[in-house]
Design a protein around this ligand. Structure first.
Ligand SMILES: NC(=O)c1ccc[n+]([C@@H]2O[C@H](COP(=O)([O-])OP(=O)(O)OC[C@H]3O[C@@H](n4cnc5c(N)ncnc54)[C@H](OP(=O)(O)O)[C@@H]3O)[C@@H](O)[C@H]2O)c1
Length: 168
């Protein structure tokens, strides 16, 4: 599986339940990368999405300890499940996904739960620090090496690169 995230220079990913900043180019990249694939996210990240709904065109698995099991929003564009433990997520991937790509899409709790299972990280790295952040991507540089460095981009006053890391 692969983790996909936007991080700042200190690995910050969020503040007060929201993303750090809006980067239209990164949203295009996220959509292009994950469309038609399975995306795993925490319940707080689901709540932060527009209308608290999963992203269209992806099979979304939401991790929550609360009892909300069952398929949700299966109207042709939204679909997915709540699962209640990381073990259930891993069993679902093993039994149902059959080798297709799976993306860990946050937030902090979910990145921490699955980092050890990831073989690749796709990180949009901001050349900027957000001192008010309260959510962080886990330390990864001890386990991963930079495999592909993307071009320097600038949007809304933020400079960033989209980089790929592989397990060292
Ligand atoms: N920069 C990025 O790329 C990026 C991406 C995604 C999110 N974010 C940001 O990250 C922040 C949210 O991160 P977060 O860590 O607070 O929340 P989160 O990881 O999105 O969700 C946490 C929730 O996941 C469920 N959960 C966690 N561990 C579990 C376990 N072992 N078994 C079952 N369920 C479990 C719980 O849901 P219940 O409470 O329902 O039990 C928990 O409250 C927001 O600011 C968001 O904007 C940033």
């Amino acid at each position: 599986m692969k983790a996909i995230a936007v991080i700042d220079q200190n690995r910050a990913i969020g503040s007060a339940g929201e993303l750090l900043c809006r980067l239209p180019g990164d949203l295009v990249h996220f959509k292009k990368t994950t469309l038609g694939k399975t995306v795993i996210m925490g319940r707080k990240t689901l709540d932060s999405l527009p209308g608290g709904k999963p992203l269209p065109g992806r099979n979304t698995i939401v991790l929550s300890r609360k009892a909300r099991l069952g398929r949700f929003y299966d109207d042709g564009s939204f679909s997915g499940f709540f699962l209640s433990s990381p073990e259930e997520v891993l069993a679902y991937i093993k039994n149902e996904i059959h080798g297709e790509e799976v993306f860990i899409a946050g937030g902090e709790q979910i990145y921490r739960l699955f980092l050890d299972q990831c073989d690749e990280l796709i990180l949009t790295e901001l050349i900027h620090a957000f001192p008010d952040a309260d959510s962080y991507f886990p330390e990864f540089r001890d386990q991963f090496i930079l495999a592909e460095e993307g071009p320097l981009q600038e949007e809304n006053g933020y400079r960033y690169r989209i980089n790929r890391y592989r397990r060292s």
